[in-house]
Design a protein around this ligand. Structure first.
Ligand code: IMP
Length: 184
């Protein structure tokens, strides 16, 4: 089985990535070393910088995951600033911000950054379209899962298996796995 170091402090991301990649013959090993998160407008730039930094620090091939939720009625907010907004506002205040908003469309995006030492990083992106729920629903998953719904069901109401079939993360990881399988 091909083994890849996943540099992240988020155990939920590790569980999801393992569920998606293990059946494709890729073993995930978590490393918590962290990496500087650029304050950039694009997830790809953040993931690419993080992967390159971590590959050179650990001296092995690594992957990282940078994700964000882009709310159409809020002009794409919080996007790449999703982690900061989760910490400062949180789901309840986002629901409040959306109270009078008729356009509840949102896109969840995930970028997987992959890099080998002394090489340039590659990125693999995935996204899923959905809506911001009118209230917090479900206690499964993590982060924005209880306020992001697809076909009327929030990620917080889905188990990992169901989320992994349609999620932004799954779509990015399958692209990454396909590239790895092509002998890279
Ligand atoms: P980051 O990729 O860890 O920077 O994530 C940005 C923010 O989005 C954090 O607050 C995460 O908790 C949240 N987040 C990332 N991926 C997901 C997901 O799959 N579901 C819900 N929230 C997520």
């Amino acid at each position: 089985m091909r083994k890849i170091i996943f540099v992240t402090g988020n155990p939920h991301k590790v569980i999801e990535a393992t569920g998606i990649l293990a059946p494709l013959g890729i073993e995930i090993v978590q490393n918590n070393c962290g990496y500087p998160e650029l304050q950039e407008d694009g997830l790809a730039a953040i993931a690419s910088f993080g992967a390159k930094w971590a590959a050179n620090k650990l001296n092995c091939e690594v992957m990282v995951d940078d994700s964000g939720i882009f709310i159409e009625g809020l002009s794409g907010f919080p996007g790449p600033y999703s982690a900061y907004v989760a910490k400062t506002l949180g789901n309840e205040r986002i629901i409040k911000l959306m109270e009078r908003e008729s356009n509840r469309n949102a896109v969840f995006k995930c970028v997987i950054g992959y890099c080998r030492p002394d090489e340039e990083a590659l990125v693999f992106s995935g996204e899923v379209k959905g809506k911001i729920a009118k209230s917090i629903r479900g206690n499964l998953g993590f982060g924005y899962d209880p306020i992001f719904e697809v076909d009327g069901v929030t990620f917080g109401e889905m188990g990992d298996e169901e989320k992994n079939r349609i999620s932004h993360r799954c779509r990015a990881l399958v692209k990454f796995a396909t590239w790895l399988k092509d002998g890279k």
